[in-house]
Design a protein around this ligand. Structure first.
Ligand code: ZN
Length: 67
C-alpha cells in the first residue's frame, strides 16, 4: 500500500478583490517616528526642540533670525 503524505493548508475561501486588498492596505502607510511638525511653520522637526527653520518653541520666538 502507498502511504498518502499530503499536507493540508488553510486555503482562502474566496479571492480577495483588488478593491478589498487596496481598502485593507489603505491603513498600512508608514509614518516617520520620532518627528513632529512645527506649530509655527509646519516643518518636520524633532520633538521638544527649538525649530531650526523659524527658531520658535511653543509658539514663542526663541532664536532671532539674522536677516
Ligand atoms: Zn518652525
Amino acid at each position: 500500500m502507498m502511504e498518502l503524505n499530503i499536507q493540508l493548508f488553510a486555503v482562502p475561501f474566496r479571492k480577495v478583490s483588488k478593491t478589498r486588498k487596496r481598502m485593507r492596505r489603505a491603513h498600512n502607510a508608514l509614518t516617520a517616528e520620532g518627528t513632529t511638525t512645527c506649530k509655527n511653520c509646519g516643518a518636520v522637526i524633532k520633538p521638544h526642540r527649538v525649530c531650526p527653520k523659524c527658531g520658535t518653541y511653543k509658539g514663542k520666538t526663541v532664536i532671532e533670525e539674522n536677516a
